[in-house]
Design a protein around this ligand. Structure first.
Ligand code: MN
Length: 258
């Protein structure tokens, strides 16, 4: 009689997003990761795209189990708050995960957009709580989203990161093109928009403004935009510490006296 092979305890992954608990992107992601880890889902009850790292602290939050979102056996909870709120509540009420994974977002999160992305904010909240994190976003094909290839890749990446780990306060920001040719490690592009404000008139003739914009057309090959343009999954290691260390001495040189 042979004794069973000892195997490490199954890891736990908290899956969150900013598109809301009924988004097809989070469903595909949670179901794919469930093959490599124990998954629990905590997500906003309605879409929260663009809220960045907002935290709700002037009103109470509700945390509700939901069976209606199609996650099967995966425990799923909805919160009437932001993506970052979801991670705080999930970690405190359901126990500390080995990783926070956010997405899969409907649409890219690249370059400067990381600063207002709710998808990335959920991952950043993981880092703030000392938990490694991955953020995932899917680029559409003419407005249509197929999450299956990206979700399959996400599960493989999650398994690798659970195995290899990440340094403290760093995350992987992943953007998935419609037709995947391969994967590339990238840097954030210095992403700029054109036509960022559209001004029109309402039916009563009063002006209103719409924050919009189309991305600039050209990007470096080693950037996140360049990778997805070439059909590659873009994987950017991102650090929470935004300090410009190379500037500290220079700023000290012109700091006025008090
Ligand atoms: Mn979103």
């Amino acid at each position: 009689m042979t004794s069973p092979e000892p195997h490490p305890a199954r890891k736990r992954v908290l899956v969150a997003n900013d598109d809301g608990i009924f988004s097809p992107g989070i469903k595909a992601l949670a179901l794919a990761i469930a093959a490599v880890a124990d998954v629990y889902v905590v997500a906003p009850d309605v879409e929260q795209s663009g809220v960045g790292h907002g935290i709700t602290f002037r009103r109470p939050l509700r945390f509700k189990h939901t069976a209606a979102a199609g996650f099967g056996d995966i425990p799923a909870y909805r919160v009437d708050g932001t993506p970052a709120d979801c991670v705080v509540l999930g970690v405190n009420l359901l126990g500390r995960p080995d990783m926070v994974v956010s997405g899969i977002n409907l649409g890219a999160n690249m370059g400067d957009d990381l600063t207002h992305s709710g998808t990335v904010a959920a991952a950043i909240e993981g880092l703030a709580l000392g938990i490694p994190a991955i953020a995932l976003s899917q680029i559409s094909s003419g407005g249509d989203y197929d999450f299956a290839p990206g979700a399959a890749y996400a599960a493989k990446l999650v398994a690798r990161v659970l195995e290899h780990g990440l340094p403290p306060r760093t995350l992987l920001n992943v953007n998935i093109p419609p037709h995947i040719k391969g994967a590339r490690v990238t840097r954030l592009s210095d992403h700029r928009y054109e036509d960022t404000l559209v001004t029109r008139q309402d039916p009563e003739g009063r002006e209103y403004h719409w924050v919009s914009g189309k991305p600039r057309a050209e990007y470096a090959d080693d950037s996140d935009f360049g990778a997805v343009e070439d059909g590659f999954v873009s994987v950017t290691p991102v650090r929470l510490d935004l300090t410009a260390r190379d500037l500290m001495e220079r700023v000290a040189g012109f700091l006025p006296e008090v």
